[in-house]
Write a protein that binds this ligand. Structure first.
Ligand SMILES: CC(=O)N[C@H]1[C@@H](OP(=O)(O)OP(=O)(O)OC[C@H]2O[C@@H](n3ccc(=O)[nH]c3=O)[C@H](O)[C@@H]2O)O[C@H](CO)[C@@H](O)[C@@H]1O
Ligand SMILES: C=C(OP(=O)(O)O)C(=O)O
Length: 432
């Protein structure tokens, strides 16, 4: 088992290169199942969710050829089956995309119920509502979702989502790409990875318009051909490094980003007194004096992302005054707060609200990550804290951050990964 040991209290200086977006990669890889050809996918992050997805695709019969550390070719011309194995699939949230992709291409899918980080109920009723509207019969039995169509092809439909759901929007988009006729998704999510998936599918021959707005129109086509596509940079990874330098102080150039995607995070950090200069595809983040309190409410894009909530809450523990954080997406995303308290943070949680009373400093202690972004938040806290912090549960962090230790060390952080006795089951990481 691996832990991270951090000797904190040092400012960060230097440059950090942002990797491809996790939540785009874990949609685009299964979307390759829709393509009757070879997809070359570039700017893939080296994270364990991607490794697991490549294994799942291989098990289904896809040919996978590694081009380099960040590029693969996925050949889905000879998929053997539309049933995925229970063990791997149940461990990864984004495995729900296998339903839309397999159903769209083969008219049937058998996929284990998805896993992923655990922050309350994570239903998929809106995905199922979409597939059903398109003519699929969907039954959940024995831990599997069984979806079938009469005649082997879905039919276009008008679908109004009851809640703004990233997963349902992308899953229905995948299923509709090869459906007969037109599909409209209303009240669609607008996250950058939704636009990225639409761009990927369009580059393979799909006809999708309106991604990035709340109405997406998909004209079904008969066939998707192969092609080449590069995944967008990771908004949340970039935001995490911005939060880290805000917490420690210092100056970091965050490279390979799309500044527009960062606006919701940049604006909030600026409100707190962090200086941020935008250039074409970089942000220069500098924090010198004490930060000020701020109120944060997470909501769907272009609102402040829930996947940055633990990191911004951690930064606010060191800001002057009382801040209020409201989690507007998930019912239980404050499980990390008790760990922050071990370092001296002063936070009171009442259901979806956290009241953060800023403290002068944090002090190192042994702490445990309970999910991916919680893990990132604990690393930020440890970097800012005086003394030594040992973080366990870092396999969650490795689900979604490429080489976090190496990137932070390059910024002057004193952080290292150490092997400790214990269960090193890599796959367990995927059940937050
Ligand atoms: C792999 C991936 O991309 N994961 C992201 C995705 O998760 P995920 O796709 O699971 O999140 P959704 O956007 O679907 O969920 C948003 C809200 O809608 C609710 N809901 C969702 C689906 C549904 O069928 N019924 C329903 O009620 C959820 O309980 C939640 O309250 O978007 C979340 C919100 O930005 C992020 O935190 C996750 O990092
Ligand atoms: C919650 C996240 O991931 P997942 O939906 O894959 O659990 C995340 O990326 O913050």
């Amino acid at each position: 088992m691996t832990n991270y040991v951090v000797h904190g209290g040092k400012p960060l200086f230097g440059e950090v290169e942002i990797s491809g977006a996790k939540n785009a990669a874990v949609a685009i890889l299964p979307a390759a199942l829709l393509v009757d050809g070879v997809c070359r996918i570039e700017n893939i992050p080296q994270i364990s969710d991607v490794t697991l997805f490549l294994k799942i695709l291989e098990e289904l019969g896809a040919g996978i050829r590694t081009i380099n550390r960040h590029a693969v070719e996925v050949d889905c011309r000879r998929i053997r089956r539309a049933r995925t194995s229970y063990e791997m699939v149940r461990r990864i949230r984004a495995s729900y995309y296998l339903i839309g992709a397999l159903l769209g291409r083969f008219g049937q899918a058998e996929v284990a119920m998805p896993g992923g980080c655990n922050f309350g109920v994570r239903p998929i009723d809106q995905h199922i509502k979409g597939f059903t509207a398109m003519g699929a019969k969907v039954v959940v039995e024995g831990g599997f979702i069984h979806a079938t169509t009469e005649g082997g092809r879905l039919k276009g439909a008008n679908i109004y989502l009851d809640v703004v759901s990233v997963g349902a929007t992308m899953n229905i988009m995948m299923a509709a790409a090869l459906a007969q006729g037109n599909t409209t998704i209303e009240n669609a999510a607008k996250e950058p990875h939704i636009v990225d998936l639409a761009n990927f599918l369009n580059s393979m021959g799909a006809n999708i318009r309106g991604a990035g707005t709340d109405t997406i129109k998909i004209q079904g086509v008969d066939h998707l051909r192969g092609g080449s596509y590069a995944i967008i940079p990771d908004q949340i990874e970039a935001g995490t490094y911005m939060a880290a330098v805000s917490a420690t102080g210092g100056q970091v150039l965050v490279k390979n980003i799309i500044p527009k995607h960062m606006d919701c995070i940049t604006a909030k950090l600026q409100e707190m007194g962090v200086q941020i200069e935008e250039q074409e595809d970089t942000l220069l983040v500098r924090r010198t004096g004490r930060m000020q309190k701020a109120n944060v409410k997470t909501m769907p894009y272009p609102g402040f992302p829930t996947d940055m909530q633990p990191q911004i809450t951690t930064v606010l523990t060191l800001a002057e005054g009382t801040s209020m954080v409201t989690e507007g997406v998930w019912s239980n995303r404050y499980r990390y707060v008790d760990e922050l308290k071990r370092l001296g943070a002063n936070i009171q949680v009442d259901e979806k609200t956290a009241v953060v009373e800023g403290v002068d400093h944090l002090t190192g202690a042994p702490i445990q990550a309970c999910d991916l972004r919680a893990g990132a938040a604990l690393v930020i806290a440890a970097l800012a804290a005086e003394g030594t912090t040992e973080i366990s549960g870092v396999q969650y962090i490795e689900r979604g951050y490429e080489d976090m230790v190496g990137k932070l060390r390059a910024l002057g952080a004193d952080i290292r990964a150490v092997e400790v006795p214990g269960d090193s089951e890599e796959l367990e990481a995927h059940i937050g």
